[in-house]
Design a protein around this ligand. Sequence first.
Ligand SMILES: CC(C)(COP(=O)(O)OP(=O)(O)OC[C@H]1O[C@@H](n2cnc3c(N)ncnc32)[C@H](O)[C@@H]1OP(=O)(O)O)[C@@H](O)C(=O)NCCC(=O)NCCS
Length: 146
Amino acid sequence: MISIKQINEKDIDLCYELDSNTISLWSKKQWANEFKKEGVKVFGLSLANLVIGICVLHMVLDEVQINYFAVNEKFRNKGLGSYLMSYLIKVCESLNINKLVLEVSKSNTKAEKFYSRFDFFTVGIRRNYYKDGSDALLKEKILTTK
Ligand SMILES: CC(C)(COP(=O)(O)OP(=O)(O)OC[C@H]1O[C@@H](n2cnc3c(N)ncnc32)[C@H](O)[C@@H]1OP(=O)(O)O)[C@@H](O)C(=O)NCCC(=O)NCCS
């Protein structure tokens, strides 16, 4: 069964493990710092009690920055990332958030396509932003408030 729940700093090991097996973005210390930031909410996507996807949202006023979004490689291309993203969009809408923003490497075509499907549009570019020299695309999605 698929479920999504908010997770807290007690689950740092779990976050670090999933990250190490996916995009290796943060050290354990960096994960700990994320949990400490005001306005940060971390969501875990589970399949039969196994966390296979994680998303970190950072809320600042009426805007949410997606600081982290990944699904365990073994479980990709099954609609699970879309399930998590659709859930997060609903959460943001219920909190009257107006805009979702994120950064993604220009070379990460898979993720770029994924975000395009959710109507994230490129609004800026940071040259040589990542360690591998690739550019970061700044993307945003405007949420329509009811
Ligand atoms: C980007 C990412 C989160 C997508 O997660 P995912 O679980 O694979 O996402 P989905 O399965 O919902 O969608 C991926 C593809 O599978 C397809 N798909 C969805 N359900 C499917 C199914 N049942 N059968 C076959 N294909 C399916 C989707 O159409 C989509 O294809 P497209 O991108 O060509 O349009 C994942 O690739 C990932 O974790 N990447 C590494 C981390 C990363 O790059 N994060 C972003 C950095 S900012």
